[in-house]
Every structure is written in structure tokens, then in C-alpha cells.
Design a protein around this ligand. Structure first.
Ligand code: 13P
Length: 251
């Protein structure tokens, strides 16, 4: 059984003072040890102060993006090394908002995964189909292709640092979460793809988390599915009470 991971992707929300206010509220609530690994993923601008504030706590930090290039003349980008120095352990790669708004291809996402790993980060690799793709019966093909291209050539050792997030695009920010059995079905598809690309042991040990309209009401039924190893939470992670309720759903 993999340790459950509950990650809060704050997206482009929260100034530095607002970030610290949310972190203080969460730290108050998370005083006693909890069964999940909790990861906060604030915007870049809040990372360093968040890391200072989280020093000594069990809460981990992640970033929402990184450059596929190393350091140097790359105006406007942020490298993995910078993220490590700001206190990050995790980084999101392949989020659907990056794929659609910033035209990130599977090939670029693969580059980002390679760069993140070589710089010492633990990527949370997001995959998911759009509503049209689901309606056309293409969900499994889309997911399998995203996995095959994204993970192309990664070693077993690199794979042990990767978490996969299944985030159906139609469920993100819509209030229309995947039904628990729909999430379970695709998590099984992902696990069997990992088994065929690598081996069953690696597949079993890889955390596969679900994202898309997770909230305090639906989290326990989603998290009770056998192949759901956690949640990637957007909107509901912006409020300490609702994020804490999701973390508590696994007790
Ligand atoms: P919501 O929880 O707001 O649907 O967002 C999900 C998401 O995109 C997390 O990365």
C-alpha cells in the first residue's frame, strides 16, 4: 500500500501574505501526525517564504512548473535547481492548463520530466483526457500515449521518483468530478501501462493520484478506491478548512 499523497495546487492564486496566512492556518490544523503526505504547491513567488515557514513541519513543497532548459539566457523561466534552492521537493509537469494554455506537447513534457529528475526534483506527472476525447471513446488511448511519450526511456530509478496524477480535463474546475469507479478504471489502466513499460513491482509502488473537482464531500469515496493513492486538489486547497477536511478523509 502506497502512502497517500494529498497535494494542493494553488494555481495562479495567493499573494505572499495570503499564502503565509493559509500556511499558518493549515499548520495549526495539522499539529498531530497525519496518515497522508501533504504537499503544498503555491505560485513561484510564494515558494521561498513558504519554505521558511514550513521548516520543521512535515508538509512538503512543490512548484507548478519548471523550465526544460538549464540555467542561463532563458528570460522568464525558472529552473529545477532554483526550485530546489527555494525548498521544493516536488514539481508538477504536464498539467492540462500548461498543455492547453501554453501549448505544451507530450515531447516538451518529456523534456521537462527529464530535466526535473536530473535536477533532483520529484515530478508529479499529470495526464488526462478532454471531454470530447472521452465522448469519442478515446480515453485509454490518450492516457496510454501521454504515458508512453512522457516517460520514454526513463530508468527504473528515475521512475521511483515519479507520481502520476490522473486529471480528466472535463473534471478540472467544473465541479463535475470523475465518479469513483471512473477514476478507479483509469488508474488501473495507468498501472497496467506502467507494468508493461517497466514491471509489475514498479507499477504497484508508483503513486497514482486523482485530480479534478476533489472536495470534502467526494474525497473519501474517491480515496477509498484501491488504485487511488491520493488527490491533487485545486480550488478546495485554497481554503484551510476544506483542504484539511480532504486530508482527514483518509483516516
Ligand atoms: P480543481 O480541484 O479546482 O478541479 O483543480 C484540479 C487541478 O487542476 C489540480 O491540479
Amino acid at each position: 500500500m502506497n502512502k497517500i499523497l494529498i497535494a494542493g495546487n494553488w494555481k495562479m492564486n495567493k499573494t505572499v501574505p495570503e499564502s503565509l496566512e493559509l500556511i499558518h492556518a493549515l499548520k495549526e490544523k495539522l499539529r498531530s501526525p497525519c496518515a497522508a503526505e501533504v504537499v503544498l504547491i503555491p505560485p513561484f513567488t510564494s515558494l521561498h517564504s513558504a519554505a521558511e515557514d514550513l521548516r520543521g513541519s512535515d508538509i512538503q513543497l512543490g512548484a507548478q512548473n519548471l523550465s526544460h532548459l538549464g540555467s542561463g539566457a532563458v528570460t522568464g523561466e525558472v529552473s529545477g535547481t532554483m526550485l530546489i534552492s527555494a525548498g521544493c521537493k516536488y514539481v508538477l509537469v504536464g498539467h492540462s492548463e500548461r498543455r492547453t494554455l501554453f501549448h505544451e506537447s507530450d515531447a516538451l513534457i518529456h523534456q521537462k520530466l527529464k530535466t526535473a529528475l536530473s535536477e533532483g526534483l520529484h515530478p508529479i506527472f499529470c495526464v488526462g483526457e478532454s471531454g470530447e476525447e472521452r465522448d469519442a471513446g478515446k480515453t485509454k488511448d490518450i492516457i496510454n500515449n501521454q504515458l508512453t511519450v512522457g516517460l520514454n526511456g526513463l530508468t527504473l530509478m528515475e521512475m521511483r521518483k515519479i507520481t502520476i496524477a490522473y486529471e480528466p480535463v472535463w473534471a478540472i474546475g467544473t465541479g463535475k468530478n470523475a465518479k469513483p469507479e471512473q477514476a478507479q478504471e483509469i488508474h488501473e489502466v495507468i498501472r497496467s501501462r506502467l507494468a508493461s513499460l517497466y514491471d509489475p513491482e514498479l507499477a504497484q509502488g508508483t503513486r497514482i493520484i486523482y485530480g479534478g473537482s476533489v472536495n470534502p464531500e467526494n474525497s473519501s469515496s474517491l480515496l477509498s478506491q484501491s488504485d487511488v493513492d491520493g488527490a491533487l486538489v485545486g480550488g478546495a486547497s485554497l481554503d484551510a478548512d476544506s483542504f484539511y477536511a480532504i486530508i482527514n478523509a483518509i483516516k
